[in-house]
Design a protein around this ligand. Structure first.
Ligand SMILES: *Cc1c(COP(=O)(O)O)cnc(C)c1O
Length: 370
């Protein structure tokens, strides 16, 4: 068996210990003679799995008692519609546009009410987080929406926006469980789990109880009402049992590894190594500077000043991604809307992977710098 260093933005690398445990359980989970994939979601065994997963997640994030944890299907993108359907009471909400995912949420929000752009960094291809200390938030807004870590652009809010007392809704898909957070500052957090937590196909929503109501927008499908899932312990219908099980293994792994304070320290160390290298490199340059930098997604390009033309830059970037792959460093190509490179260094990426990348880049630089 040989494992590569997988820098994919998602679905992304999972801890080897978790994969080994899942493979040990595969044919016979805890002596029940079947795998988790094959068992009834109404069985005692699965009930224990989902209850334990919720308990461990609550412990990791210190989730207050007045928040519900929901394991939902449809991915993070489904929440772009579920949020306005469940939260709009006055029909108006504010959105901060910091990237493609925030914009998609905003566009979906517009379909169900008045969605107002409070701030945007589109002018510089979303390479920074706008000042959010005094946004034009009005009394009648039902919530303020952010995408906290921008997977594609490599930015993250250095601090949460001043919402002027309004409910904060955050898409945390690519920074979920990467560091401790204060859940009580949010009304609703959701995260597609395939970035930092588990297999694809599920989203975890943490919703303050007063935001879970019956009087949602009238056309809201039963399956998109938070109340449906809150009232049924995320088992109104068959949940993504396998994904809940693997996420549960990851939660236990994180608890064993020192919890989120330990993750934060590890993630800061890894990110600093990579950004420090990029900041002094003559061939490469990071696309985000200052305190907007993401700990999870590090975006960089070939410095245009070090090559003769745009074509040369693109060719060199393609060569870098291809040679890195040959060296066992996979999925370093940037998102098509940004170009260049992106190294996603989620919780499961060991420091050794980041060091291997830096070593490879140093070598590539010495061979290609004119
Ligand atoms: C990946 C991603 C999404 C989309 O997730 P799906 O589960 O594919 O819908 C949404 N928001 C952010 C921040 C993401 O990184």
């Amino acid at each position: 068996m040989s494992r590569v260093y997988n820098f994919s933005a998602g679905p992304a690398a999972l801890p080897v210990e978790v994969l080994e445990e899942a493979s040990r359980d595969m044919l016979d989970y805890k002596g029940c003679g079947m795998s988790v994939m094959e068992m009834s979601h109404r069985s005692k065994m699965f009930e224990d799995i989902i209850n334990e997963a919720e308990k461990d997640l609550r412990a990791l994030l210190n989730i207050p008692d007045n928040y519900k944890v929901l394991f939902l299907q449809g991915g993070a993108s489904q929440q772009f519609a579920a949020v306005p359907m469940n939260l709009l009471q006055n029909g108006k909400a504010g959105y901060i546009l910091t990237g493609l995912w925030a914009k998609k949420a905003y566009q979906e929000g517009k379909r169900y009410g008045e969605a107002v752009v409070l701030a945007s960094s589109e002018d510089k291809n979303y390479s920074y987080i706008p000042d959010c200390s005094d946004l034009p938030i009005t009394e009648d807004m039902d919530y303020v929406y952010i995408c906290e870590n921008n997977t594609i652009y490599g930015t993250k809010y250095p601090k949460l926006p001043n919402t002027k007392g309004k409910v904060l809704v955050a898409d945390q898909s690519s920074c979920f469980l990467s560091e401790p957070i204060d859940v009580s500052k949010y009304g609703l957090i959701f995260a597609g789990v395939q970035k930092n937590v588990g297999p694809a196909g599920m989203v975890i929503a943490i919703v303050r109880e007063d935001l879970i109501r019956d009087d949602v927008l009238p056309f809201t499908p039963t399956m998109l009402k938070y109340k449906t899932h809150a009232d049924n312990g995320s088992m109104y219908n068959t949940p993504n049992c396998w994904c809940i099980y693997v996420c549960g293994l990851v939660f236990k792994h994180l608890l064993r590894s020192g919890g989120l304070p330990a993750m934060k320290a590890r993630n800061e160390e890894k990110a600093k190594l990579l950004y420090d290298y990029l900041d002094q490199s003559k061939l490469f340059m990071p696309t985000v500077s200052g305190n907007s930098r993401s700990l999870m997604n590090v975006c960089f390009v070939v410095n245009p000043d070090s090559v003769g033309s745009a074509e040369e830059k693109a060719a060199l970037e393609a060569e870098f991604v291809s040679k890195a792959k040959d060296a066992g460093l996979l999925n370093l190509k940037g998102h098509r809307t940004v170009g260049g490179m992106r190294a996603s260094i989620y919780n499961a990426m060991p420091k050794e992977g980041v060091l291997a990348l830096i070593e490879f880049m140093t070598q590539f630089e010495s061979e290609h710098l004119k």
